[in-house]
Design a protein around this ligand. Sequence first.
Ligand SMILES: [Cu+2]
Length: 715
Amino acid sequence: MLVLGVLLSTAALSYYSQALEGIRIEKITVEEKKVKEEVASKKELTQEEAKITRQIDLGEILSEFYPEIWYMRKAGIANDLYIRGFSKDNINVLIDGSKIYGACPNRMDPPSFHVSSPQIESVTIKEGPFDVENAGSLAAVVNVKTKDPKKGIGGEVGGTYGSWSYRTGYVWGNVGNKYIKVLVGASNQYSKPYESGEGKKLTEYARYSICNQANTPQCKIMGYKPQYINDKAFNIDRVWFKTILTPNDNSEIKLSYAFENARNVLYPALKMDALYDRTHRLNGDFLLKDIGLKFSVYYNEVKHDMRDTFRETTYRRDTNWNITGDRPYSMMTYAESKMFGAKISKDFNIMGVDTTVGIDTYLRNWFADNVQNAFTTQENKNPGMIPDVNIKDIGLFIKGSKNIDKWTISAGLRYDYNYSKADPNRISGKNRDFITNGLLTKFSNTDNYLSGNIVAKYNFNKKDNVYIGIGHTVRAPDPQERFIALSGMAPWYGNPDLKPTKNTEIDLGGEYFPLNNLGLRANIFYSDLKDYIYLYQYQAGSNCLVPGTTWCTTYKNIDAVIYGGDVSGVYAFNDKISAELGIAYQVGKKTDKKGIYKDSDLVEIPPLKTRMAVKYDDGKFYTLLEGIYSAKQSKVDSDLKEQETGSWFIMNVKAGYTYANRLFVGVGIDNIFDRFYYNYLSYVRDPFRGISVSGNPVKIPEPGRFIYANVSYRF
Ligand SMILES: [Cu+2]
């Protein structure tokens, strides 16, 4: 993985730096002291460049390069990231160092959805509990850095056109001098529903049963209305702005704003689609270089409206299911997420130790209102499905690193005070039964915890090294896990007594260059999870309170382990042709079933994945042929009705040409052989996932053969 290619000659290096850049992706396995003079070949082992991709979303881009990275698919876009078997709030996804949370209780808009390829300069992935600068980096932190404005006048215009009317277009321009630099950009991303390898539209897989005891027959299979089977799959507009002010050589002020309007995003895996998802992001960063003082402040908000407007479930029907009319929607959730944060940090050098101390704080607010059976006499309202939850977190951190002979030792420590509070008065519909019947009993909670890590790295020379890292991190339960209150067809309630999840992890690894043109990197990890937050589904009976339902879902703390490893290598045949290999595997187990779980397998743990690629890159021409293989996953959690997924192998090819360092033309074919396959993580856990009569959840296959072309022109 990781690997761009071991570039051997300085000639090849300069080609690389002159060529039009894709998205730079860098993986840092453990926290380490920055090496002042990076060795070229080593840099290439740890950096990857996404030059030619469909650029649909970050989940797809990252999972192509890194076998330990996966995504959960619910739609043609907005895939949710998984890293080494961890997901959701267990991984920290930051945009320019800022935390951002999606608004949708079904994670239709995961954090990485709120930034798009043309905005991105680089992505840094740090796996394991080795981050103390940001709250709650339990198992990984991904920082997406957006492009900075530069001196002079310049910009780029470009786009992608691909199968099933997929098209993106973007333009950004930049103007700046020594004192002020400004960058402005805009983009649109649009697609119709893609087809799977068996030639069916994504939307055709949305077939789930709707039941009504008064009807004959009692259940009926429904899905999209015919006119939406091949209509839009998503349509997203984005604009962004960034300015850097440098009043003198010592200080820098960076201000940025981005707006995103996603419309008609179809989620066939669920029973609703997003009519809109609107995001505002504001960032301010202030830097005083001579004293190493940095102050950052940010605010972001997401407004999300999802409905079943495009589905057959809106039709009014008689008792024989004959259509008698239509409604604007039968179910709807409106949700808002707001995030305000500030961080101040200062660098010191104390007795040769590079030290950073800081305060990192945020205020998170989240609410969602839901309605089911709307415009009927059985209307079921769930106001405060997420009951206007506020989370305040204040963290203090210190980290440092020092070189001693051939050793690099680094360590970090963090203390967090976390207070979460819900508004019980917002829970005022049918979902109030959760309170009156004693299932939701508490509406605030305080957590205090310590995180820390120590990493020792032994450098044999400038390239070869081995390291060991031990880390402990904690993340507080999120508003949904503690306070959700959703009655109706899939009763779901939070557990206010949930404890924060603690991860104590050991990582071992190294980088080894046995030959000048061969680089290897390996890492293994063992993660011991105390109070891991886990779904619990049980037969409702009388205590789930909602008549006519059989299964009720809430959350429990369990103890678990996740362990695994990855290996990557790169071999350069010469300064133009190279081969890459990556492989990753992880296992997840419940170590304490608490007397309520039967299966010891953890849910949503990816199987073995490998990637092999051969690449030619002379600075002008670029071609890449890659094969990606996923093993079958039979270690599934039957407690959560998880199903096995078969193995698959796909091949992708891409080729590009750079003309005069200005014009770039790329073409690619993903899934050349039009294979029909499912990504491992394509189901469970969503309250609004469609379920068939036989009890199987709706699953969304991956795209079939996808042909696309990228063009960009830098001016
Ligand atoms: Cu949603």
